[in-house]
Design a protein around this ligand. Structure first.
Ligand code: NAD
Length: 356
């Protein structure tokens, strides 16, 4: 296959970690007979310095014309004092909106070699943690009307939470399709005992479930889901939920897996073009020192292969190469443990490429 990948190296550690992910993709292309072409895109603080804005229209065009986008991270203290429109994060928001990305997908996977990094009890961790939270990204209460009024000296604030059927259906389909690419199990999280939006959510999900008889479907209330994620995370394969619940549950899910440097993510909209990035930021404290953990970005590249390029074998191969590097006892500083060998970002890349 021929694929064009828009590459946003970004700020801070972004260029270092993206460089390692590209080495891995190049090895995959060589091994499986694909051609990956990279289109360099400026976004974030570096784009502000170069072009005077965080995401110039021409850069968004490049992303829209690509088969998928790989991002390192943006931001840093250099741009903290800028007015809101000239902040690196604005570029990220504009990119998500411009690409129409309505689904954020964040795996919570605890690599057995890093068991000790999980804050959960060993007896829970031993059952395994490997699930994905599929979160609706551009609807619900974050995007409803917000207002504050004042009567008789007392203020009252209101935030509207709204969902229409088509918004629920499109994210629901991502949930079912993701389950089909994994262990065929989907848990839909809502608050249908209280909220109308959740009752509509549940009705749409039940309708969709008829179309996916091969996926084992269940509903769960959000308060119970928050408890189950720490009590028995092994029961989950794919969780699909609305924006606010997903924001909270996906952070809870990343915490239980230990290291922030290990976690990839994808954001998807219509079509197969997606945005793939690690969940961490630009880590200015270690930027330029070849110390960053590149695995979150490398696993983001694996997700790109699996979810945008329909290359499951290639995705499996990348994940297995990461597994082998961890088995060798190689660790970057963020996940260093006794008896392991401290390596640089580049050396971690070397090891993963060598296992491919
Ligand atoms: P951060 O995720 O950049 O760093 C938090 C801590 O984790 C730091 O100690 C850092 O060294 C460490 N860390 C993060 N990623 C690591 C990696 N791959 N390997 C080793 N250690 C790693 O969060 P922050 O410090 O709050 O934010 C720094 C900048 O990043 C800010 O400007 C923020 O706005 C931006 N940010 C960007 C994104 C994004 O681009 N998607 C996301 C979050 C934060």
């Amino acid at each position: 296959m021929n694929k064009t990948i828009a590459v946003i190296r970004g700020d801070g550690i972004g260029p270092e970690i993206v460089a390692q992910a590209i080495r891995v993709l190049d090895r995959i292309a060589q091994k499986y007979g694909h051609t990956f072409c990279y289109e360099e895109v400026d976004m974030g603080g570096n784009a502000i310095d170069k072009w005077g804005e965080p995401l110039p229209a021409s850069m968004l065009e490049k992303c829209l014309a690509s088969d998928s986008v790989l991002l390192g991270a943006v931001g840093g203290p250099k741009w903290d004092g800028q007015p809101a429109a000239l902040r690196p994060e604005k570029g990220l928001l504009a990119l998500r909106a411009g690409m129409g990305l309505y689904s954020n997908n964040r795996p919570a996977r605890l690599w057995p070699q890093l068991d000790a990094a999980s804050p959960l009890k060993p007896s829970i961790v031993a059952r395994g943690i490997d699930f994905i939270v599929v979160r609706e990204l551009i609807g619900g209460v974050y995007f409803g009307d917000h207002s504050t009024s004042e009567t008789d000296g007392e203020k009252k604030a209101t935030d509207i939470m709204a969902y229409s059927e088509h918004e629920i259906e499109r994210i629901g389909r991502i949930g079912f399709e993701t389950a089909r690419k994994r262990r065929h199990k989907l848990t839909s999280v809502d608050k249908a005992n209280v909220l109308d939006t959740s009752r509509l959510w549940r009705a749409v999900m039940h309708r969709l479930a008829q179309e996916y008889p091969d996926v084992e479907y269940s509903d769960m209330l959000v308060d119970n889901a928050a408890m189950q994620i720490v009590k028995d995370p092994s029961q989950f394969d794919v969780i699909v939920t609305e924006n606010l619940f997903g924001d909270i549950l996906s952070d809870e899910a990343s915490m239980i897996t230990g290291s922030i440097g290990m976690i990839p993510s994808s954001s998807l909209g219509e079509g197969s073009c997606g945005l793939y990035e690690p969940i961490h930021g630009s880590a200015p404290d270690i930027a330029g020192q070849d110390k960053a953990n590149p695995i979150g970005t490398i696993l983001s590249a694996a997700m790109m292969c699996r979810y945008s390029f329909d290359m499951p074998q290639e995705a499996d191969a990348i994940e297995e190469a990461v597994n082998q590097a961890l088995n060798q006892g190689l660790r970057t500083g963020d996940m260093m443990a006794e008896g392991c060998r401290l390596v640089t970002c580049t050396q971690m890349g070397d090891a993963i490429v060598s296992h491919l």
